[in-house]
Design a protein around this ligand. Structure first.
Ligand code: AMP
Length: 561
């Protein structure tokens, strides 16, 4: 079967194994990405057993990159990009230049030609968008100062990569051992000019035409009332713009999708559009990591550990060290500088593309490509550990920031472990949305000591100045519930719409405290006994209450008539 249907085989086996290894990774309390990478290595050609189609996997991974960057663009406006340009543009360019030099040095030590060193250096200078964005999303840092600078930095890296991809075939041979094709400075400048002009033309077309056309199209589709069509239109726009950007303007898929998202972010529909792409985006992001794992030949790592170590040191210490110094020069706090530097301490998709190109041009051999791949996998595995260190040494970092007067304290975006509440005999309200907000007002008026758990960062922040204690996080996470002192609480109100998570929360709350009163929210008949069984004392079915109230109003109105 696998040979007849390579795509189906890849999806079934790849996603199935990613699920299994992801679950194991989760149990071992490490990043899910590690599980996906291992799944990739298992379905790859270098381990015994089933081998999935590598070329297919790479294409699917590219779809993942497109959807991811589209999502990033949706959360990013031109204004955001402009706000960080003063630091992102010089920062990213200087960091890449320095990392390329480091790579050249390492290449020289390894006996590569100058051209080979250039390929190695370029590959080591660019972080993986997927890994960095996943890291920021997991830690809810996308909307923070560090997050915005990191995204700006990524966009610049991406632009420079487009340029490198165009220039490498010209400059590379000049620097290789053979010194083949020879082009004058004029020709090189012409090529650079042409590439920049194409990128500028693409951005201009998007700003002048796309900015009007795309939101208008989505508005039109939204008015048809068909969710299915809307979802489809969002996908078509994301993939379509990315594809045409690459075909017509020579821009990378990632950059094309990013600009498409950014153009959309100025319309009100953007949030809905973002939500529509979420599930697909996650599935394809998993495929991206599987495809990375598939490229990896574990034997390559074992043969020359010293070389691998050298490459890894450039990625883990060289690049982040340079980025950190630059950010500090730009007067960013320790917390922000370290967050961004650690975010950049990994390499991924762009490095593979560059390594592939270098291989095709004969500048590097298979062996160097394997080193780049090995360093990529190891750096992706090590990356979450760096963030863990950051969390662990937060007090020390904050102390450092305290002595830098120019730095605003609010910049410290590194997350601390949740502090445990001091409240006892209190009410815990979960979800501060349309329902929770109203419940909170009532509870406060009744004099309850109140603690709110809310997953949405913005919503939670809106409560910060009030007298209510607020915790940002998913209440289904046992650590969050424990920090809310459920064991000492008197009342738990679960005001979230998702039955799956609500069930988890009710179950855990009941286990932690057999006496606490639990009131939960439901939307369907079957959810009421489900939540009751898990331990809720009272389940309020929203639709029933609405109907009851409507009926009462109808009666009141008809009596009056
Ligand atoms: P609404 O449906 O308008 O009442 O909004 C529900 C609110 O609950 C939103 O603000 C969500 O961010 C929040 N929410 C949903 N799930 C969770 C969860 N598992 N933990 C904490 N807050 C949540």
């Amino acid at each position: 079967m696998p040979h007849d249907n390579p795509l189906i085989a890849l999806l079934v086996v790849g996603l199935g194994l990613a699920f299994i290894f992801g679950t194991i990774a989760n149990r071992l309390k490490t990043s899910l990405l590690v599980g996906y990478l291992v799944a990739g290595i298992v379905v790859g050609p270098f381990t015994p057993g089933f081998a999935a189609d590598q070329a297919l996997a790479l294409q699917l991974a590219e779809v993942g990159v497109i959807l991811l960057m589209f999502g990033v663009g949706l959360h990013f406006s031109v204004k955001d990009l402009m706000a960080v340009r003063a630091i992102a543009v010089p920062g990213a360019i200087l960091q890449m230049a320095a990392s390329i030099l480091l790579g050249e040095g390492l290449g020289w030590l390894m006996g590569l030609s100058a051209g080979g060193g250039l390929v190695l250096g370029c590959a080591l200078s660019i972080a993986s968008t997927v890994v960095l964005m996943r890291g920021l999303q997991e830690r809810r840092l996308v909307d923070s100062d560090a997050g915005r600078i990191a995204v700006g930095w990524l966009v610049i890296q991406d632009l420079v990569t487009v340029l490198i991809l165009v220039l490498l075939p010209i400059i590379g041979p000049l620097l290789s051992h053979t010194g083949a094709a020879h082009l004058g400075l004029r020709a090189i400048l012409l090529m650079v000019g042409e590439t920049l002009a194409k990128v500028a033309a693409f951005v201009l077309v998007m700003l002048l035409i796309g900015r009007r056309l795309i939101p208008a199209l989505l508005h039109f589709i939204a008015h048809t009332g068909s969710r299915e069509l809307f979802r489809l239109s969002v996908l078509a726009v994301a993939l379509g713009v990315a594809f045409f950007a690459a075909e017509l303007f020579g821009v990378s898929f990632a950059l094309g999708a990013f600009v498409a998202g950014m153009v959309l972010s100025e319309s009100q529909l953007s949030l809905r559009a973002a939500e529509e792409t979420l599930p697909l985006r996650d599935a394809f992001a998993v495929l991206f990591f599987i495809s990375v794992g598939m490229l990896f030949d574990p034997r390559a790592v074992m043969h020359e550990p010293l070389k691998l170590l050298g490459v890894l040191l450039v990625v883990l210490i060289g690049t982040p060290g340079i980025a950190f110094l630059l950010l500090r020069l730009f007067r960013r706090s320790w917390a922000v500088s370290l967050t961004i530097a650690f975010g950049l301490a990994q390499i991924g998709e762009f490095s593979f593309i560059l390594a592939g190109l270098g291989l095709g041009l004969g500048l590097i051999d298979n062996h160097v490509r394997d080193l780049i791949l090995g360093a990529s996998i190891l750096s992706i595995i090590i990356n979450p550990l760096l963030f863990h260190l950051l969390k662990r040494y937060r007090p020390w970092i904050e102390q450092r920031d305290g002595v830098v007067p120019a730095v605003v304290a609010a910049e410290a975006e590194v997350r601390a472990p949740l502090p445990r509440t001091e409240l006892t005999q209190h009410a815990v309200l979960i979800g501060y949305g349309r329902v929770g907000r109203r419940v909170a007002d009532g509870l406060r008026a009744d004099g309850w000591p109140l603690l709110v758990i809310e997953a949405g960062e913005g919503t939670a922040r809106s409560l910060e100045d009030s007298d209510v204690e607020v915790m940002t996080g998913n209440a289904a996470d046992p650590a969050v519930l424990a920090a809310a002192n459920i064991a000492g609480a008197k009342l738990v109100v679960v005001a979230i719409p998702d039955i799956f998570e609500a069930g988890q929360i009710v179950d855990q709350a009941r286990t932690a405290n057999p006496h606490v009163r639990i009131i939960a929210r439901a939307h369907f008949d079957a959810e009421v006994p489900h939540l009751t069984r898990l331990g809720a004392n009272l389940v309020v079915m929203g639709e029933e209450e609405i109907a009851r109230s409507m009926l009462a109003q109808t009666e009141a109105l008809t009596v009056r008539v």
